[in-house]
Write a protein that binds this ligand. Sequence first.
Ligand code: UDP
Length: 238
Amino acid sequence: MNNRTYERVLLKLSGESLMGEDSFGINRSSIIRITDEITKVMSLGISLAIVIGGGNIFRGVAPGAQGMDRATADYMGMMATVMNALALKDALKYSGIDVRVQSALNIEQIVEPYIRPKALRYLDEGKLVIFAAGTGNPFFTTDTAAALRAAEIGAEVVIKATKVDGIYNTDPIKDVNAIRYSHISFDEAIVRQIAVMDATAFALCRDQKIPIKVFSINKANALLRVITGKDEGTLVHI
Ligand code: UDP
């Protein structure tokens, strides 16, 4: 489907990818491993933006949030993404990458607010931009934020890091004969009820004609292979 290097990419990293084998929180070795993978692609001169989730931190507070007003819990979830963004920025900076964090919620002492033209300028300057606090609205997810920001920055693709290295015809964990699709259309994904992203995010990508690539962030060099158009993961295309 594609064998060229992407020029502008939106990477969606879930909070879970930062927690490694821990039950919640940020695992140092996981964050360093992810940072190493990102460092490999930054040297290619592509413009990379990241939308980070918050599930790893929210898990730690979830029991206390039970029965809580949904919108309040969602604002807590958005703040969790800010924590992850700061941790990721710190690790990336340590690797010599020029990073900026922009937040959809205003917490100006900590991160700058999301300002689209500024984000575009940073990307044009070769800086990595991390978008924190999702869309800034409750009742949404960071997958939807990824689709939204991808459309806003003119990303060619949303690459979604998951634990599994793509979309399979059956569950690859239960079935050794499971076959990975190298590509699948949005329509097929709907018919086969493949939940690559939540419905809002999926619909936004489909409407804006932004393909989604699903790959494993835990596989060495997979991010590099995805960005350079190798047969890695699964592309959900128009
Ligand atoms: N969230 C929200 N609005 C957004 C993005 C996120 O309210 O636009 C909240 C929501 O509560 C969500 C949490 O932040 O559960 C963390 O985001 P998400 O679950 O998408 O993170 P991930 O699962 O990718 O770690």
